[in-house]
Design a protein around this ligand. Structure first.
Ligand code: GLU
Length: 415
């Protein structure tokens, strides 16, 4: 079977979820398409004087439950099809964890590796000025995603504020000095651990006795590794874009973080075995965490996955064909739209604090995040059990049902 594009794959998962709740065909048609797709030119003056003309996108999938919400990524594969898929994932994600947002995503088709801070700043400001007319504190609120961070959000906020006046609530994942929330940076990792722990409790799995492999050591992968190590869970494999390392009795996460900070290769870790990214996914372990890009678990490698649990920290890491194979093999997949939703829950807290001009303590942020993630897991797991379906199908069903209910109440046609 040829591999599906990211949006084709997202549509397969959406239709499976919609079928479980017998969604009316016309709502399927409405929710299978985006509300608005903006494609813009992003001309970037590079430091050497040359001009790079990139493409940028903001796709707003649905806002029945609240303002559009979703990150912005800088990556060569962030084309319109992928951004469209990721925007729809945000709609289901925000509904599954019941935060009052819709779904959107942005992207610029560039490889930011090796770009200077000045080049990244020009890129961000130019992109912001091309899309700011569709953004708004109550309209569409971006956040960090692959290869973007708090500094990029600060530039975005500043550029938006130049046009509309001081607007901290226009982005989440900002630096704390600019109204960011203490706790937001680690929120996706913290949410992943809360969901994993809730799953483990239900499955009578003793987390402290498990071995975890994490593919990706960016914001999400590294924060999860820190939290797992602190909880006494053995992280036996970790990789970044350049490859990874393995140690059957557990890796020294603090030492790996120090290497990553110095931009040194992870395989310099003393006593660990170097492994390439493809092999890393098939390593002997209990829990596999894809925490980098989409489409890494495919029909070609799904039979070689040794883990019994896949915790999807990345967005769309598993193709529909791989998902079916894993299910047939009895591998439990905790899906992206539930597992990695801690990021957007944290964004909701940050946004709510911004509009109230009030700040929570980090402790309160973490406690409320954990409670909401555990409740969301319990809700999805209960439906999966009642209907005897995998967690992904149940999660989509929960999200789609909430969005459909809002769309019906508001009226989605015949204006
Ligand atoms: N980029 C993150 C995600 O994919 C966070 C989005 C947000 O907080 O708006 O869920």
């Amino acid at each position: 079977m040829p591999e599906l594009s990211p949006h084709e794959a997202a549509t397969v998962f959406f239709r499976n979820g919609a079928e479980l709740i017998d969604l009316e065909p016309e709502l399927i048609d409405v929710l299978a398409t985006s509300d608005r797709e903006l494609a813009v030119q992003v001309p970037i003056r590079l430091d050497d004087g040359s001009l790079l003309v990139a493409r940028g996108y903001r796709v707003q999938h649905n806002n029945a439950r609240g303002p559009y919400k979703g990150g912005i990524r800088y990556h060569p594969a962030a084309d319109l099809d992928e951004v469209r898929a990721l925007a729809s994932l945000m709609t289901w994600k925000t509904a599954i964890v019941d935060v009052p947002f819709g779904g959107a995503k942005g992207g610029i088709e560039i490889d930011p590796t090796g770009m200077s801070a000045a080049e990244l700043e020009r890129t961000t400001r130019r992109f912001t000025s091309a899309i700011h007319h569709v953004l708004g504190v109550y309209q569409d609120i971006p956040a960090p995603d692959v290869n973007t961070n708090a500094q990029v959000m600060a530039w975005l906020m500043d550029e938006y504020s130049r046009a509309y006046g001081y607007s901290p609530g226009i982005v989440t994942g900002k630096p704390v000095e600019l109204g960011g929330a203490p706790g937001r940076e680690a929120a996706t990792g913290r949410g992943l651990l809360a969901v994993l722990d809730a799953y483990a409790t239900g499955a009578s799995l003793e987390l402290a006795k498990t071995r975890v492999v994490i593919q990706g050591f960016g914001n999400v992968g590294s924060n999860l590794a820190i939290l797992l190590a602190a909880a006494g869970v053995s992280v036996v494999g970790v990789s970044d874009v350049d490859g990874g390392v393995y140690a059957s009795d557990g890796l020294d996460i603090a030492a790996l973080l120090a290497l990553a900070k110095q931009r040194r290769p992870l395989h310099e870790l003393p006593g660990a075995k170097p492994v390439d990214n493809a092999t890393l996914l098939t390593l002997e372990c209990d829990i596999l965490v894809p925490a980098a890009l989409g489409g890494v678990l495919t029909e070609a490698n799904a039979r070689d996955i040794a883990a019994t649990v896949v915790l999807e920290a990345a967005n769309h890491p598993t193709s529909p064909a791989a998902d079916s194979i894993l299910h047939e093999r009895g591998v439990v997949v905790i899906p992206d739209v539930l597992a990695n939703a801690g990021g957007v829950v944290g964004s909701y807290f940050e946004w709510a604090m911004n509009i109230q001009q009030f700040r929570w303590t980090e402790q309160r942020f973490n406690d409320e995040l954990e409670t909401r993630m555990r409740e969301s897991y319990a809700n999805v797991a209960a439906l999966a059990k009642a209907k005897s379906v995998p967690l992904r199908r149940a999660a989509y069903a929960v999200g789609i049902e909430r969005v459909a209910a809002a769309a019906k109440l508001r009226g989605y046609a015949d204006a």
